[in-house]
Write a protein that binds this ligand. Structure first.
Ligand SMILES: O=C(O)CCC(=O)C(=O)O
Ligand SMILES: [Fe+2]
Length: 305
């Protein structure tokens, strides 16, 4: 392709994706999941309502895991987490981890504790990610039946002193969708040494910082170093320190970063939800739909491709 043609092709591609993610087209693509949500609107307890309002107003809200899903599930989740962390192969990886990236997007600082995850409904982590209370918040925020798109279970390891911020340690917007919900759960206490998840409040769809380093569909965006700090009031930056069992709901189409651990390891579980318009590859394997037959409609929908 000659240079002129390439340029035109690139321009056409940009226009196509911008149109595809515009409100009317996005709503059209999501007609079916929007109608499903209308027919199955959850009633929210005062606590869930509060989390939803936080998401709507600031793009972020925090809640205790036990208030959301109860003590028993949290205990089972902690057991499941310890088993994965204790796996000799994982322990080896932690010992032999690299101390620098190999390429641009390489999250060399995260040891992956659950590779090729399969969504077995009795797995406590999957039960958490598809818990009716969580889906009630996610779907009410998205105003549609959302898809559970991926999960990450990480030990985020301390980086060498003065290592540059790399990949998602830098301010960025995720690419998946116009609206995205990620649910972050800490399995250990996270302070400023432990790479807390950090968010620019009101950078979600409809927020006052939506236009700052915006997504470029079908991509997200990275902010230049220092660009966010220069543009905003420090009070708008939420630093997600918290005890083990802290759950953060966040629209990561807004500006965020995290995982820059200075001296302590961070144990984190991340569930991603987006609409069926998302073009990102699925990061989770589902079982045949008959496996999920006993579940609620919102859960069955979340657990489908
Ligand atoms: O590791 C973190 O805190 C940030 C992760 C992130 O950017 C993401 O999951 O989208
Ligand atoms: Fe991200």
């Amino acid at each position: 392709m000659n240079a002129q043609l390439k340029k035109q092709w690139e321009r056409a591609r940009r226009i196509f994706y911008r149109l595809r993610s515009s409100e009317p087209v996005w709503k059209l693509i999501n007609y079916d999941p929007r109608m499903r949500f209308k027919k199955n609107q959850p009633t929210l307890s005062p606590l869930l309502g509060q989390v939803l309002r936080g998401l709507q107003q600031n793009g972020i809200a925090t809640v205790r895991v036990t208030d959301l899903v109860g003590e028993n599930l949290w205990l089972e989740m902690q057991k499941a987490f310890s088993i994965r962390l204790g796996d000799p192969k994982i322990q080896d990886e932690i010992k032999n981890r690299r101390s620098a990236p190999e390429h641009r997007g390489d999250k060399y600082y995260n040891v992956v504790l659950w590779d090729m995850p399969v969504a077995e409904k009795n797995n406590p982590l999957i039960a958490f990610s598809t818990h009716p209370s969580i889906l009630a918040i996610v779907n009410s925020y998205m105003e549609l039946f959302a898809k559970f798109r991926s999960l990450k279970l990480w030990a985020s390891m301390p980086v060498p002193p003065d290592a540059p911020e790399h990949a998602s340690q830098q301010w960025h917007r995720d690419p998946e969708d116009r609206k995205i919900v990620k649910v972050f759960l800490y399995f250990n206490d996270v302070d400023t040494e432990t790479g807390p998840f950090t968010y620019l409040k009101k950078s979600q769809l409809g927020g006052k910082w939506r236009g700052l380093f915006p997504q470029i569909p079908p991509l997200g965006s990275y902010a230049p170093k220092g660009g966010v700090e220069k543009a905003v009031d420090p009070a708008d930056i939420s630093i997600g320190t918290g005890k083990a069992g802290t759950v953060i709901f966040c629209d990561t189409s807004g500006l965020h970063k995290g995982g820059y651990c200075k001296s302590k390891t961070r144990h984190i579980y991340i569930s991603t939800y987006a609409s069926q318009a998302s073009l990102e590859p699925l990061g989770i394997k589902f079982l045949p739909s008959s496996t999920y037959e006993s579940l609620l409609p919102s859960q069955r929908y979340a657990l489908s491709e």
